[in-house]
Design a protein around this ligand. Structure first.
Ligand SMILES: [Zn+2]
Length: 228
């Protein structure tokens, strides 16, 4: 038995359900939309994230599927979560989400001709996963980047392809949902978060073990191993 593998924590990448799925929906923030300043790396000063969306949170939802799910990705780094998720997350003491501001849903546009049953619109809250000290080693994980990695703090180098990854041992601070250094555009969750999603049967959320997570739109494959 591989002792290392059986004891090290497991992590999963959180994504929405597939396009054209039962819960497929787009979020349109309603004007006026205010945006804050993009977060910067304390070491190199480079941008490590997109402009944050500031209140008021007013949206129109464009439903391509048939039902509204518990998790909805908004433009930028924000997500809408249903009240059911927000309450359970807080009641069970999970960590790593920030925000929890109420969202006003002004309209739901049903893009299908005829929904099969009357639509229920949950109360939504806007949240964003925190930036974590947990780090991804872009070289060891053979991530394809736009530029060579220059800052070991933020490890932001622009990502072209991910073909599975692991976190650097000892860097994770215990958050249940977060953005790791090196992959700020990727949401990673703990095993506890996965159990939480499964126990409650939350919808429109897909969890993939980080080792199996592939995001490679141009089919580049893993980066070559560095020459020793
Ligand atoms: Zn940096």
């Amino acid at each position: 038995m591989d002792f290392e593998a059986s004891t090290s924590p497991r992590f999963f990448v959180l994504t929405e359900g597939a396009t054209r799925s039962h819960y497929d929906v787009d979020v349109d923030p309603v004007e006026p939309v205010s945006l804050g300043d993009a977060p910067c790396c304390p070491q190199c000063g480079g941008f490590v994230g997109m402009l944050p969306w500031l209140p008021p949170y007013r949206v129109e939802l464009e439903l391509h599927g048939e039902e509204l799910g518990d998790f909805i990705s908004a433009p930028g780094y924000e997500w809408l979560i249903s009240e059911r998720v927000a309450e359970a997350f807080r009641a069970e003491g999970l960590t790593g989400l920030e925000g929890f501001h109420p969202v006003e849903v002004l309209r739901v546009k049903c893009m299908r001709k005829r929904p099969r049953k009357p639509l229920t619109v949950p109360r939504y809250h806007v949240v964003w996963p925190c930036f974590s000290r947990a780090a991804v080693d872009l070289v060891l994980n053979r991530v394809r980047t736009v530029e060579p990695l220059t800052c070991l703090e933020c490890r932001v180098a622009g990502i072209n392809a991910i073909n599975g990854f692991v976190l650097e041992p000892g860097t994770w601070g215990g958050e249940d949902i977060f953005r790791p250094r090196g992959m700020p555009g990727t949401i990673v969750v703990s095993e506890r978060f996965k159990d939480f999603v499964e126990k409650h049967g939350f919808t429109n959320v897909v969890l993939t073990p980080t080792e199996q997570y592939v995001w490679d739109p141009s089919n580049l494959g893993p980066a070559p191993l560095p020459v020793a």
